[in-house]
Write a protein that binds this ligand. Structure first.
Ligand code: SAH
Ligand code: SF4
Length: 383
């Protein structure tokens, strides 16, 4: 009698994942190289500097392209580490030039990144800080997504690298670069992942690498009050606040984190944000919801609320998504609202919706990750 073993169902023994060097901060990179016995402890910093230029200035994704690294060292490196990119599961380009990538970090762990041309100095990349979001703002598509985990610094940096690849913007110091700004306005609440965001900012703002100035990096938060000071001190990021309402009753409904950190506390924390000045103003984001928060009285209440704060107000026409419970305010209403705010001396640009046709506009991002079955999720987190 013979026995046939059905090997197709047996899971292959798992090799330990190699550390991706292109997502480490400089000190962590030096440590990894020493611990991986690629170089002696006293050579760690120098070797890290050499690799840094290749990864973040040149954008290489293969050790073999690092031509000033000895061949046997390259072999050692690729034996222990990687510098590859995560998989781009989907790429979409909007009629208006906006590009959106769905990045798959691992099975079921996906996040979206959006490049918007002609924003900031040249163009802005909207990056995600989490897969999904634990908060449930009622107008936001991401908030309806169940599966949530923080993205690592490496996974955040990879979003910038993927965009640079696609825009063909290596080396990093090109004069004509189209990616000049970064906004943490994709999926997730960045202040629930401050460690990841701060490390990612250290990497992408490094002058010998991706060289995106911290003044061109904006972190948007729904108002995680206890983390605001640390954000300013650790990152020097420009601050954006998702305000959307001028009284607690309405904000409790639209942005439920307001129940924990009401407007008074939020405004006090914003006034104390490190480095706030006329040259470094806070941006208040205000989504225009028809008949909900868009009256002239609310425009006046907004001015009262932010009095004395160096600020500008971004009016965001509501972007609908499948099943969304709101409508966007009429154009005339938005203009009237903007005029009142403007008259009080605040810049109040109306943000033209970009990439709506590919669901890439503010609040439309949502990966399919949550469609994973609960059993698959358990298996993943156990592995
Ligand atoms: N979690 C952070 C950053 C991501 S959301 C935050 O809430 O600030 C980025 C911006 O898009 C926020 O200002 C958010 O309020 C806004 N937004 C969410 N859903 C939207 C929608 N459907 N239409 C327009 N803007 C939306
Ligand atoms: Fe989360 Fe921001 Fe969406 Fe609110 S608006 S659910 S905080 S991503």
């Amino acid at each position: 009698m013979s026995v046939t073993l059905d090997l197709s169902r047996a899971s292959a023994p798992k090799a330990p994942a190699k550390i991706n060097l292109s997502g480490l901060t400089r000190p962590a990179l030096a440590r990894a190289l020493v611990e991986g016995e690629v170089c002696a402890p006293d050579k760690g910093r120098m070797r890290a500097e050499q690799l840094w230029r290749w990864m973040h200035h040149r954008g290489v994704t293969d050790f073999d392209h690092m031509t000033n690294v000895a061949k046997d060292t390259r072999a050692l490196l690729s034996d222990r580490f990687t510098v590859s990119r995560p998989e781009v599961a989907e790429r979409q380009v909007s009629a208006d030039g906006t590009r959106k990538w769905l990045i798959r970090y691992a099975p079921g762990i996906e996040a979206e990144t959006v490049y918007i041309p002609d924003v900031g100095r040249a163009g802005a990349l909207c990056v995600s800080s989490q897969v999904g979001c634990t908060l449930n703002c009622t107008f936001c598509h991401t908030g309806t997504q169940a599966l949530v985990r923080n993205l690592t610094a490496a996974e955040i940096v990879a979003q910038v690298q993927v965009a640079r690849d696609d825009l063909e913007e290596w080396p990093s110091d090109r004069e004509d670069r189209r990616l000049s700004n970064v906004v943490f306005m994709g999926m997730g609440e960045p202040l629930y992942n401050l460690d990841g965001v701060a490390d990612a900012m250290d990497i992408i703002s490094d002058n010998e690498g991706l060289a995106l100035s911290r003044r061109r990096i904006t972190v948007s938060t729904s108002g995680v009050v206890p983390e605001l000071k640390a954000l300013g001190e650790r990152t020097g990021a420009m601050l954006a606040i998702s305000l959307h309402a001028t009284n607690d009753a309405l904000r409790d409904e639209l942005v439920p984190i307001n129940r924990r950190y009401p407007l008074k506390e939020l405004m006090n924390a914003i006034r104390a944000y490190p480095g706030l000045s006329n040259a470094r103003r806070v941006t208040f984001e205000y989504v225009m919801l028809k008949g909900v928060n868009d009256s002239p009285a609310e425009a006046r209440a907004l001015i009262q609320l932010i009095r004395g704060i160096p600020a500008k107000i971004n009016l965001i026409p509501f972007n609908p998504w499948p099943g969304s419970p709101y409508e966007c305010s009429d154009w005339g209403t938005i203009e009237a609202f903007a005029a009142i705010v403007n008259k009080a001396g605040y810049a109040s640009p109306i943000r033209t919706p970009r990439g709506r046709d590919i669901l890439a506009a503010c609040g439309q991002l949502r990966s399919e990750s949550e469609k994973m079955r609960a059993s698959e999720r358990r298996a993943l987190s156990a592995s």
